[in-house]
Design a protein around this ligand. Structure first.
Ligand code: GDP
Length: 543
């Protein structure tokens, strides 16, 4: 039993995600953050854990072959009195929808840049998602042990392309073979970098910081004087770090290092602990499940992380960690209260009650049964399809958080199973994958084909692989006549009028919401003009 109050427990949580362009070093950094946090003992553990998972779940072959991570997971560790929840986001652009959902559960993001490459296309996309959700960003410029771009050019890029004030916390002294260390802005403390000795397997410790004036032994030629001079320019040229501006999303503290050489990692972890926000007060509605008789009007309210009732939302459903069981694990991000094992929670949108007897906490070292958890924590709730992405759960069953969005798919394909006797199986399998959010499913009102939608082509490959491996279904995807899907809304009479005229192009999504399947973007524009009272929506809020 915790001696801290609910506010204190919530206040010491740091729930964050790492965003990066593929290859910038997200996996390596994750591993070294876990090392610095004392959660693992040796580098290589994250990958090894990944390998185990892969042997258990064959569909992750894709992940292995392509070197990308498809499924997001959570790693929890305690360090320096704080509880860190690291949410892993998939890096590949085809999974942006998944990443988006994961970021809804994060209170802060670490943006990793490759020091030689700076901002890359995927960095930009992920950054935009963070900005949309008002998630503050800490920047980590990685791979200093390789030849880097000019540090000022890197910061200027952040300022001009992200419209974000960079506040350097440290400043690098050279890079690549000449990397000497880094100096702390403001204090002038110098953190030396110690290179691995030739032929050695062990990475050396980098030693303790010391005043720059005393660090002559770490430099060659005029390097030390150059650094002192650069420092003056830097201290005058950039705004000092301001936590308020950071929390409001106007400023990013910039740290430097080498994930691979475990350099700058403690400093990064300290920045997360000191500056990343604790779970925030969240907007919600108090609302009875749909179809409740005589339900009172919904009321807007805010949920304080320290309030007593356990509330939260499902931001991801992860399937089949074990392919022999059709279990799904719903990733539940807590917004308030103290969760205890065995607790009963209700799903707001269905009214269903769940006894959470075997919740999973994702401690970095291993999975463990959670005894209790607080706002900011993520627990895995095993279930058989009861929980979906976007669901709100609470003790009363009356708290509803704004839904997670579904995005209109950019590719729509028809899916058919080769063996016609398995059509029923296909329906179930497709529904399962849609519930997990792997792909979207549309059932046309006429005819019996299923239309499957995705944001990227890779999602279809993951889907085909999983249909084969987990459901024993051999499927073919065929082009569909549709180019775009739009959720429609408006008055019933207007909707009926529209749906009547476009019956062959009307479909239902997994939640039975009406969807218009357009043959081209021109047609989307055309129906929009012809039916001004009907709204055609590119996103749908779930939950
Ligand atoms: P991810 O795709 O962002 O997860 O990137 P990884 O962590 O898999 O790293 C991509 C490659 O860059 C791997 O070969 C890493 O060993 C390498 N790498 C990561 N961090 C560093 C670093 O700090 N220095 C150097 N030299 N290489 C690094």
């Amino acid at each position: 039993m915790s001696k801290l109050t609910l506010e204190q427990e919530a206040g010491r949580r740091r729930t964050f995600a790492i965003i990066a362009h593929p290859d910038a070093g997200k996996t390596t950094l994750t591993e070294h953050i876990l090392l610095a946090g004392g959660a693992i003992r040796a580098a290589g553990a994250v990958r090894a854990r990944g390998e185990n998972r892969r042997t258990r779940s064959d569909w992750m072959k894709i992940e292995k072959e392509r070197g990308i991570s498809v499924s997001a997971s959570v790693m929890t560790f305690e360090h320096d009195g704080k509880m860190f929840n690291l949410l892993d986001t998939p890096g590949h652009e085809d999974f942006s929808e998944d990443t988006y959902r994961t970021l809804t559960a994060a209170d802060c993001a670490i943006m990793v840049l490759d020091a030689a490459k700076g901002i890359e296309p995927q960095t930009l996309k992920l950054f935009e998602v963070c900005r949309l959700r008002d998630i503050p960003i800490i920047t980590f410029i990685n791979k200093l042990d390789r030849e880097a771009q000019d540090p000022m050019a890197l910061l200027d890029d952040i300022a001009s392309r992200l419209q974000l004030d960079p506040a350097p916390i440290w400043w690098p002294a050279e890079s690549g073979n000449r990397l000497r260390g880094m100096v702390e802005i403001g204090t002038g403390r110098f953190q030396p970098y110690v290179r691995k000795a030739a032929g050695s397997d062990e990475d050396p410790e980098h030693g303790d910081p010391l005043p720059l004036a005393d660090a002559a032994a770490h430099f060659e030629g005029g390097e030390q004087a150059d650094l002192a001079e650069a420092l003056e320019l830097v201290e005058g040229g950039y705004k000092p770090f301001d936590r308020e501006a950071f929390l409001e999303g106007h400023m990013t503290p910039v740290l430097w290092g080498s994930a691979l050489r475990h350099f700058g990692i403690e400093q990064l972890l300290k920045a997360i602990g000191d500056w990343a926000p604790a779970p925030k007060v969240m907007k919600a509605r108090k609302e009875a499940p749909p179809e409740t008789r005589n339900a009172p009007e919904p009321v807007e309210l805010t949920v304080d992380p320290g309030s007593a009732e356990v509330t939260g939302f499902v931001f991801k459903v992860q399937a089949n960690m074990d392919p022999n069981h059709r279990d799904r694990i719903a990733m539940f991000r807590m917004a308030s209260g103290q969760f205890r094992r065995g607790m009963k929670l209700k799903v707001q949108n269905t009214g269903k009650q769940l006894s959470v007897n075997a919740p999973i906490m994702f401690f970095a070292s291993d999975r463990e049964l959670a005894e209790d958890a607080f706002a900011g924590d993520v627990i895995g709730i095993p279930n058989h399809g009861v929980l979906r992405v976007g669901d709100s759960l609470s003790e009363s069953g009356l708290i509803r958080f704004a839904g997670l969005p579904n995005f209109a798919p950019e590719i729509l394909q028809r899916v058919r199973v080769k063996d016609p006797l398995k059509a029923k199986h296909l329906k179930k399998a497709l529904e399962g994958l849609a519930e997990e959010g792997v792909t979207q499913l549309f059932r046309p009102e006429l005819g019996s084909d299923f239309i499957v939608g995705a944001v990227g082509q890779l999602q279809f490959e993951v889907m085909a692989d999983r249909l084969g491996e987990e459901y024993g279904l051999d499927v073919v995807f065929e082009p569909s006549p549709y180019a775009e899907a739009r959720w429609i809304g408006g008055d019933k009479a207007d909707l009926d009028d529209f749906a009547g005229k476009y019956r062959p192009q009307m479909a239902r999504d997994i939640d039975d919401q009406p969807v218009f399947l357009a043959k081209s973007s021109w047609e989307t524009g055309y129906v929009g003009e012809r039916f001004p009272k009907v709204s055609f929506m590119k996103t749908k809020e779930r939950g």
